[in-house]
Ligand binder design. Structure first.
Ligand code: SF4
Length: 464
């Protein structure tokens, strides 16, 4: 059943905007950056104009502006999660993905519930609290029930005081009725990427299966919202089409959701094409995005939708990840494996979806992030207190969310350090916590101190 969303990407408007704004003067670009500092988001023409920046001085101003906005809204927090791949079965044929159905050379595997429990236990023992459950776009015998059972299984695993407290889900676009069932299983964010908003580019790389239907995928978030899921994550696989086009199309998608449902996506993911076994195109992106353009697009996104989380995966190298934290990234995956069974059972060797640029362990990433002055956060408080969708934005926009997130981030970080951190990580972490407390406003600092004391005394899962 097709949903009538009235959503279509207006390619002519994008082309016009890019053409007109290419003539923007330096002073006009600077004016846009002044407006961006007000943290009210940007209109399409502003986004198109910022895409044209090449002057080093204005580029530096763009990066500075994005850093300031990031700091003002998110402080020093960086939320950590990891993907949990439960299956690499897939009926689609995406030219950039190792799981594509035409790739006959890889071992296929859908984890049993016991195997999912073993994977979950490994992740909990590493210190994770949030996972993104991922599956290829076809399921074993039980159909979609397999995913629902997998979610329940992840939540059911306890290891002392360790547990997964938030399961986000990245699975194929669903009918509305299945989105309703998904919501009933206590998920955090439902995430799906359009891959590319460029219809022709999309057709060239999606060769078989349900995913060939561009409109079905584009309307997925409408169906999710209609089903009551108000916490959704969108994304683009950068490299399939011109990144400037993708930003403006994403802008249209977000404005559509805001207009229709009163709230946009909770997160935006920014994967770049990376080599994948049996998928040559992934090594030769049709529209490669240079490191400089990538940093630029992250900074522009930060200004375009200041209150929307930006997710950076381990596709990128440690260096690029570090650089983009300051430019607007608010969530990162760490210690990731992209093959089913990759955390607990590497013996069975199933194929990974793509190559990783950052293969460090969670603890190494935590130590690095702390040394850079950030607070690695494992907090799941908002979602568990029902602060999602419009309720989250109502808190976030006046800046109130900081009084919750900053103390919650610190208490979840201390919990990690005490239960899982290696000595060197603990040392770096304690310094980072002390510095964060010092730079906090009085009220959140008061709250944070009380919460940290509770963690020191042995309480766990303390949030406000
Ligand atoms: S990208 Fe997703 S849908 Fe496409 S082949 Fe890979 S797993 Fe299947």
């Amino acid at each position: 059943m097709r949903t009538d969303t009235n959503l279509s990407i207006d390619t002519e408007a994008i082309a016009l905007s890019l053409k007109n704004q290419s003539r923007c003067s330096d002073s006009e670009l600077k004016e846009i950056l002044v407006r961006a500092r007000q943290m009210k988001g940007l209109e399409a023409d502003d986004v198109a104009a910022l895409c044209t920046i090449s002057d080093p001085e204005i580029l530096a101003d763009l990066f500075r502006c994005a850093s300031e906005v990031k700091e003002e809204i998110y402080g020093k927090r960086l939320v950590l999660f990891t993907p949990l791949y439960v299956s690499n079965l897939c009926r689609n044929d995406c030219a950039y993905c190792a799981f594509r159905t035409s790739n006959k050379g890889i071992a296929r595997r859908a984890l049993s519930m016991d195997e999912i429990a073993a994977e979950t236990a490994s992740l909990i023992d590493e210190g994770h609290k949030r996972v993104l459950l991922v599956a290829g776009e076809s399921y074993p015998r039980d159909g979609f029930d397999y995913i629902l059972k997998a979610i329940d299984k992840v939540y059911s695993v306890k290891r002392g005081s360790g547990e997964i407290r938030r399961v986000n889900v990245n699975v194929a676009p669903l009918e509305k009725a299945d989105f309703v069932r998904l919501k009933d299983h206590n998920i955090g964010t439902y995430q799906i990427f359009q891959e590319t908003y460029h219809r022709e580019a999309y057709a060239k790389v999606h060769l078989r299966g349900r995913k060939t239907d561009f409109d079905w995928r584009l309307a997925a978030m409408d169906r999710a919202f209609e089903a009551g899921i108000d916490d959704v994550g969108i994304g683009v696989l950068f490299g399939l089409a011109d990144w400037r086009y993708e930003l403006l199309a994403m802008h249209q998608h977000i404005r559509h959701l805001e207009k229709r449902f009163g709230v946009g996506p909770h997160t935006i993911s920014v994967p770049r094409l990376e080599p994948a076994e049996g998928a040559d195109l992934a090594s030769h992106p049709p529209h490669p995005v240079s490191d400089l353009a990538f940093r630029k697009l992250v900074a522009i996104l930060r200004l375009m939708v200041p209150y929307t989380g930006i997710i950076m995966s381990t596709r990128e190298s440690a260096d690029i990840r570090r650089e983009t934290f300051a430019l607007g990234v608010s969530q990162i995956s760490a210690g990731s494996r992209t093959n089913p069974g990759g955390y607990s059972d590497d013996e069975k060797k199933s194929a990974a979806q793509f190559s990783l640029g950052d293969v460090r362990s969670l603890d190494d990433v935590v130590a690095d992030v702390a040394r850079l002055g950030y607070t690695p956060s494992f907090c799941t408080g908002c979602y568990r207190l029902g602060r999602t969708g419009a309720d989250f934005m109502d808190l976030a926009k006046p800046g109130d969310i900081k009084t919750h997130c900053a103390p919650n981030g610190l208490s979840s970080f201390l919990e990690y350090l005490m239960d899982y951190g290696k000595p060197a990580t603990q040392k770096a972490g304690m310094i980072s916590i002390a510095n964060s407390l010092e730079s906090m406003d009085p009220e959140p600092r008061r709250r944070a101190k009380i919460m940290l004391e509770k963690i020191r005394q042995g309480r766990r899962d303390v949030f406000c």
